[in-house]
Design a protein around this ligand. Sequence first.
Ligand code: ZN
Length: 414
Amino acid sequence: MSELLSALTERFFRYVAVSSQSDIAEPGVPSSPGQLELARLLAAELETLGLQDIHIDEHGILTARRPGTMPTAPAIGFVAHLDTVDVGLSPDIRPQVLHFDGQPLCLNREQSLWLSPEDHPELNAYRDQDIICSDGTSVLGADNKAAVAIVMELLAQLRSNPAQVGDIFVAFVPDEEIGLRGAKLLDLDRFPVDFAYTIDGAELGELVYETFNAGRATITIQGVPAHPISAKGVLVNPVLVALDLVGHLDIHDTPEHTEGREGYFYVTDLQAGPAQATLHINIRDFDRQQYQARKEQLEAHLRGVQDDHPRARVQWQIEDVYGNILDAVGDDRRALDLLEQAFAAQQITPQTKPMRGGTDGSALSARGIFTPNYFTGGHNFHSSFEFLPLNAFLKSYQVTETLVRLAAAPGQLN
Ligand SMILES: [Zn+2]
């Protein structure tokens, strides 16, 4: 293993050793103490790497600045998330490096957990390579600690081999997996960048700069409870009003019936009793105008439900959750140009795809900072079969280093 790759791997192991699942039931940010613990560990390391303005705010958001020597170069930000996802697996991660020779990989002998190319044919691209896996009882946490390791190792390399680069800002944010909460709270005064990147994509080559526009409607329906003995003309049942509301949505305009760049409405939950019903509807569209039109369409529908049930009380709130990264690009495409040049320099063909979801970059882009996303090299995020091939991990590092250098090379960009 090359020195660089062992340094990256060592870092990755050190960061996944801090259990930092986010907790959706916890309304505060950070939602779990492990994320703060990881932020503190990283802050101490940043100190030894000579970064400045190192700061952990009341939400556990860690920001820092590496002053550059090229004032003409753009200030580049890197954003990575501190949390790992809670999908009901163990919060504690025990990573291991396994060599894939074409045979199933034994993740856990005691519990007989295997990662086999039969069930996971994506493995076959990594024959005769080393792969980092979990012990089968947890996610691996390459999402997103591979990125944390890459950014930290880049700063370490720049410390020992100073290069002519511009200002680099880092932001390690909590609670990405539970609604991009950290990125939404990031203090932009501590992150004054020209553009930023997340390294939160999956397999080698993945490049994402289009995500959904996302909104969430919270709807409450107040009924009129009454004893059935004398309910006629009195009772207004919120259960039935809610079913009427949901039943008149287009059943083909849903996540399970759409793909590519199509948007949808998604009724995520419904709680109803004799006095009140509450439901949530996610609104998604890539196109900004269509997204706005969807919000208006939903409001018109809700007014119609109110009209049909005049004695019920239908109330709603629609909140924007994140925006399409592409809407933040404007005339300044430097972030994308750089990324494409860095891919080319590393002989990687970009696999560009619209993402039917959001990243921390979607939250930042909605706040005006264009933040595309590229691969970590990992596979099967949010699963106990998550794995990270070492070569792909190294490629992600090399893209990161290359784009920082290219950004400072005069004449490379216009
Ligand atoms: Zn992630």
